[in-house]
Write a protein that binds this ligand. Structure first.
Ligand code: PLP
Length: 354
């Protein structure tokens, strides 16, 4: 792999105690090109601007997918990731749906490892600190033909982060807008899915709700995701989450919560959950918790929801399962607790010296 080292680190200019999510990027990035039917030129280079043709197909047809994962540092300075294989698999599931050529596993992991070694100092130890890793791929053919491109670019960039949201959130249940439809691309991490969320989310924010709970596109009856998180409801003694379908992103955190619940004998049900059931559980006080799950937040408790202009506050829970599950996952991520599933992935020290 070609490696070009940055001759001046920007790390001393970064205020790590005051980070805004995703604004500062590390010194290096990984890039790779798809040309003439092959992925070629894997490289680590200094983080820099890209040159693009104005007719580049991604700018017109949005043929692009991405991933979101994190690296964590323990108190001995070792670097870990959480189930990166799952992100790699999902990247190619997304790519296939968007007609983007599959990315080779060898380049993905080699690129990640060298990059994380090069920018190791950007990973700050301590719970809540992490390096958010953004692999992404986009169509880069010049020309405005509405067809799959013959050139693509794959990159990995990294940004140091603290916890995503600091407070519990309030959500608005969607009655009108959908993020995904049957047969569509909701299960893929396609860039356009996120663009389509911005407008409805901004309307919810004007009403005082940080996120939207997306409902099924057919009748807006079933609760599917919350913003960019999967969603769980604790009713009575059961934790309930919607089954995966082609509208829902198959979250790595969601599947980890499900596996942990089974391992810890917490009742977990994977089944459709309707707004009707939620409101009736709220009314009879069996609704104990709602929380979202995702790489950025790990687990995020939801403190209220709105449906058809009625605001429902959740009763404060003294012993939230969300906190317990979050700690279990973070203990694995930060190399503190037992890892019965081998989810922790130790990033090997690179053979490439800096
Ligand atoms: C729409 C959507 N749902 C769910 C998730 C959670 O997925 P994961 O746990 O893999 O981060 C994400 C974030 O990646 C997302 O964008």
């Amino acid at each position: 792999m070609e490696i070009i080292k940055s001759n001046k680190s920007r790390i001393s200019k970064v205020d790590f105690s005051n980070l805004t999510f995703g604004e500062e990027f590390t010194d290096h990035m990984f890039t790779c090109d798809y040309i003439d039917g092959k992925w070629i030129n894997p490289k680590i280079v200094p983080y820099k601007k890209l040159k693009m043709d104005p007719s580049s197909s991604v700018l017109h047809y949005g043929q692009s997918v991405f991933e979101g994962m994190k690296a964590y540092k323990d108190s001995n300075g070792e670097v870990f990731m959480f189930r990166p294989e799952e992100n790699f698999k999902r990247l190619n599931i997304s790519a296939k749906r968007l007609s983007i050529p599959e990315f080779p596993k060898k380049y993905f992991f080699e690129g990640l490892e060298i990059l994380l070694n090069f920018d190791r100092e950007w990973i700050i130890p301590g719970i809540g600190n992490s390096l958010y890793i953004r692999p992404f791929v986009f169509a880069n053919q010049a020309g405005v033909q509405a067809s799959p491109a013959n050139k693509y670019k794959f990159l990995i960039i990294c940004t140091p982060v603290k916890a995503y949201y600091s407070e519990n959130v309030n959500v608005l249940i969607s009655e009108k807008y959908s993020r995904a439809a049957n047969g569509g691309v909701g299960f893929a991490k396609a860039a356009g899915n996120y663009a389509a969320q911005f407008y409805p989310t901004s309307l919810a924010q004007k009403k005082g709700y940080e996120q939207i709970i997306w409902t099924d596109a057919n009748n807006h009856e079933y609760l599917e995701e919350a913003g960019t998180m999967n969603i769980f409801f604790r009713i009575g003694n059961n934790l309930i989450t919607a089954p995966n379908n082609d509208r829902i992103l198959d979250g790595v955190t969601r599947k980890s919560v499900i596996d942990l619940c089974r391992y810890l004998n917490i009742n977990i049900e994977i089944r459709p959950i309707s707004i009707k059931e939620l409101i009736s559980a709220h009314n009879d006080k069996s609704l104990k918790e709602i929380f979202g799950s995702g790489t950025a937040v790990v687990i995020l408790p939801i403190k209220s929801f709105n449906y058809k202009n009625i605001h429902y506050n959740l009763i404060e829970n003294k012993d939230p399962q969300s906190e317990f599950l979050k700690k279990k996952i973070m203990d694995i991520q930060y190399n503190i607790g037992e890892d019965p599933f081998n989810w922790r992935y130790k990033v090997p020290k690179s053979t490439f010296s800096k």
